[in-house]
Design a protein around this ligand. Structure first.
Ligand code: NAI
Length: 250
């Protein structure tokens, strides 16, 4: 993958742990300056130190709750103005509040939509101006196989991740002539804190429907994101790249 000069600037949300941390490390390994966004400052700092250790890479942190629209807009605008550019946006922050539809509360629904979908809309909208100024952009939104095929107990989460695909494809069409691509990476079952807490029976059921018979690793999602963020991915837009051990094959 080609490196560029001057250095491209990337924002990764939900970069304090799990898949987001791996994405940040991987983009730094490609020579990007990565801005790590999540709520927990101490955890962001530790990922930033890891980037310095592993890649001698440059990163900075920007603590922010992405469900707070104004704070998120300010974060994106501040990164663009501090660096004079914004090239790559990875919307990875996500939450689940699982419940069967019969029992799911309005709060459980709204909370998930606010983080997984509305925040993505807000971050993309704010990132477009600096990307248009730079005449180059890569937007990668982290979806889920739940958004493709649904999942019992995840009506809120699946709706948010399915919505992400419609949002991303609309954005890809609006921005194609501006040299800005927008794609979704849809992970299957990945070993992180989010899945760690699931009951063993759920994990076993997931394993049974995964042809590769293992769970994925954060860096395997990061590799897909790094490709879509690369200069060489310029002809790929509006796509869903599923990384799920063969679970869905749609
Ligand atoms: P995780 O729970 O380990 O990490 C989520 C990250 O998002 C953390 O950094 C957290 O601080 C951040 N975050 C959550 N709410 C936030 C908020 N309001 N403001 C700022 N940051 C916030 O989750 P994991 O597993 O790393 O997931 C990352 C993404 O991948 C999510 O979008 C998730 O839906 C998606 N995904 C994960 C799968 C898995 O099996 N782990 C499967 C499919 C999709």
């Amino acid at each position: 993958m080609s490196e560029t000069n001057p250095q491209r600037v990337a924002i990764v949300t939900g970069a304090s742990r799990g898949i987001g941390a791996e994405i940040a490390v991987s983009l730094a390994g490609q020579g990007r300056h990565v801005v790590l966004v999540a709520r927990d400052e101490a955890k962001l700092e530790s990922v930033s130190r890891r980037i310095a250790d592993e890649h001698d890479g440059a990163s900075s942190i920007h603590p922010c709750d992405v469900s707070r629209t104004e704070a998120l807009e300010q974060a994106v605008e501040q990164v663009a103005s501090e660096h004079g550019r914004l090239d790559i946006l990875v919307n990875n922050a996500g939450i689940s509040r699982d419940n069967l539809m019969l029992r799911m509360t309005d709060e459980e629904f709204d909370e998930v939509i606010a983080v997984n979908l509305r925040a993505v809309f807000v971050a993309c909208r704010t990132a477009l101006r600096p990307m248009m100024r730079g005449q180059w952009g890569r937007i990668i939104n982290v979806g889920s196989v739940s958004g493709l095929v649904g999942n019992a107990g995840q009506a809120n989460y699946a709706a948010s991740k399915a919505g992400l695909i419609g949002l991303t494809r609309s954005l890809a069409k609006e921005m194609a002539r501006k040299n800005i691509t927008a794609n979704v990476v849809a992970p299957g079952f990945i070993e992180t804190d989010m899945t760690e807490v699931l009951p063993d029976a759920v994990k076993e059921a997931a394993l049974q429907v995964t042809p590769l018979r293992r769970f994925g690793r954060g860096r395997e999602i990061a590799a897909a994101v790094a490709y879509l963020a690369s200069d060489d991915a310029g002809y790929t837009t509006g796509q869903v790249l599923t990384v799920d051990g063969g679970m869905t094959m749609v």
